[in-house]
Design a protein around this ligand. Structure first.
Ligand code: X8Z
Ligand code: ZN
Length: 497
């Protein structure tokens, strides 16, 4: 299943005679791969039909062919879970959080964040209507899933150019500077390492630099989805990433380096405890650093931005960019495992699994498929973690706790002023808190690790810091959206209205 996903290839879009907007892709062969070809088309193309083509073809190549295999896998995995005393695979996965109230806690967190998401959704919908027209997107409807600049509509940063509140201000996107400087993948990794060591954290061991794979090989096919590996011998740690020279990938580099840092920090624990306090903690470390790295002031200090606008307009541009990455992600981070848990428990039946997927996509994300979906399609299969069998709720947890961590580290670093302006660079105090928590691995319940992290303030997940971070943006969006319909209406989740 993983191979089908990672070797999926599609044909380029062939524009009909007379179509004004030409496809960006000049090649004719049917060998476009997800990374980097489809990523690049999705980021750059604003040709509605080309985007439909890419969106639909990828699902046909990566998802649909594994439908039967996945169902067989669900049965086998459930059988194994039951032999281990769990009621099903979802039950087994949730065990990693050792909490009786986990599902309820997640739903509460989502309910607290939903208004922020819905305002972002309404604002982006209006900008997309300006770009594509109201014949393509209804003013009170869900947004077509192929228009977000991302295969799964989970990060919307590629829409920054058409959504920035103040386009006249200096850019908060460093991709053009990275290109102009001919930055290499290796330099991106070295920059990330330097941030970790500036906090007093560990440098990457020699083996890491020798054995990691940080550029897409030309002579063979590999699974490009970025990953970090602990070979559990205290020496061998590696990252595999088909790094593209973009700001998004610079952030992913930090994400992956966060995993390696965690591996290094808990290396002295017995094997069973060489895990994150919970899987969400493991996903959060690198992202926490990236929250500092992506502040305009920091980017300027490392030569990736020439100019920064240190005023309310510049701040809103920056906050919107961050929201297009973090707030947009929340419902997709939540629903993937709601769907899998439902399938594992039998609440979702195999014959309705694709339509139930779209029910969730509509309900939580407010998005809809641009072409009719049926239960012979298998769209969840076109998201890496489904064929790759990686539980996904960890990312939702991470996107909550990383703001909690950011807040306490900023306090430790002596930051004053709004949370979104904080950069913990060179704060040994912040680094010490991080290493204290990481060293524990999973030897303590994560609520204990949370206590240590927050200096006793809480032992729970808390949406407060996300809301605090984005508070000025929410004010702005509410004002901008005063004539907008907030939310979305649709009678059929399997096709855009
Ligand atoms: O899969 C990842 C990482 C590897 S753990 C690149 N992420 C999720 C995704 O790509 O869907 C990071 C954020 C969400
Ligand atoms: Zn990760």
């Amino acid at each position: 299943m993983k191979n089908t996903y990672s070797t999926a290839k599609i044909c380029p879009y062939v524009p009909p005679e007379g179509e004004k907007e030409r496809s960006l892709v000049k090649q004719k062969d049917c060998n476009l791969t997800l990374e980097p070809d489809l990523y690049r088309i999705l980021t750059k193309s604003r040709n509605y039909n080309e985007l439909v083509h890419v969106w639909k073809s990828f699902r046909e190549a990566a998802g649909k062919p594994i439908r039967e295999k996945y169902l067989r896998f669900v049965d086998l995995s459930n059988e194994a879970a039951r032999l281990n005393g769990f009621s099903d695979t979802g039950d087994m996965w949730r065990e990693a959080y050792e909490s009786e109230t986990f599902e309820m806690d997640l739903e509460n967190l989502w309910q607290q964040l939903r208004p922020l998401y819905e305002h972002l959704h309404a604002y982006v919908r209006r900008r997309l209507i300006r770009e594509y027209g109201s014949d393509k997107i209804r003013e009170d409807g869900p947004i077509p899933a192929h228009l977000f600049g991302n295969m799964w509509a989970q990060s919307w940063v590629s829409l920054l150019d058409i959504t920035q509140p103040f386009p006249g201000k200096p850019s908060v996107d460093v991709t053009p500077v990275m290109e102009a400087k001919n930055l290499t993948a290796l330099e991106m990794f070295k920059m990330s390492e330097e941030f970790f060591t500036s906090l007093g954290l560990k440098e990457m061991p020699e083996e890491f630099w020798k054995r990691s794979l940080i550029e897409k090989p030309k002579d063979r096919e590999i699974i490009c989805h970025a990953s970090a590996w602990d070979f559990c011998n205290g020496k061998d740690y590696r990252i595999k990433q088909c790094t593209d020279i973009t700001m998004e990938d610079l952030i992913t580099v930090h994400h992956e380096m966060g995993h390696i840092q965690y591996f290094l920090q808990y290396a002295r624990q017995p094997n069973v405890f060489r895990e994150g306090a919970n899987p969400g903690f493991h996903e959060a470390i690198g992202d926490v650093l990236a929250l500092s790295v992506s502040t305009p002031k920091h980017l300027q200090s490392i030569g990736l931005l020439d100019e920064v606008a240190d005023d309310p307009e510049g701040d809103l541009n920056f906050l919107l960019r961050t929201a297009l990455d973090k707030v947009s992600f929340l419902p997709s981070g939540y629903l993937i495992d709601l769907w899998r848990w439902g399938l594992f428990s039998g609440d979702i039946k195999p014959e309705e699994m694709n339509t139930k997927w779209w029910d969730l996509r509509l309900k939580y994300q407010g998005i809809c498929p641009p072409v009719k979906r049926t239960d012979t399609d298998f769209d969840p299969g076109a998201k890496y973690h489904v064929p790759g069998n990686v539980p996904y709720i960890r990312y939702f947890v991470s996107f909550i706790v990383q703001f909690q961590f950011h807040k306490v580290l900023c306090d430790a670093a002596g930051h004053e002023g709004p949370l979104y302006k904080c950069d913990i660079y060179r704060s040994i105090e912040a680094g010490q808190i991080l290493s204290q928590v990481m060293e524990l691995g999973s030897s303590e319940h994560w609520s204990e690790a949370m206590k240590i992290m927050t200096g006793g303030a809480t032992n729970k997940m808390d949406a407060g810091p996300v809301l605090e971070y984005f508070a000025p943006l929410l004010d702005y969006l509410q004002e901008q959206n005063k004539n907008e319909f907030i939310g979305w209406k649709s009678n059929d989740s399997t096709i855009c209205p």
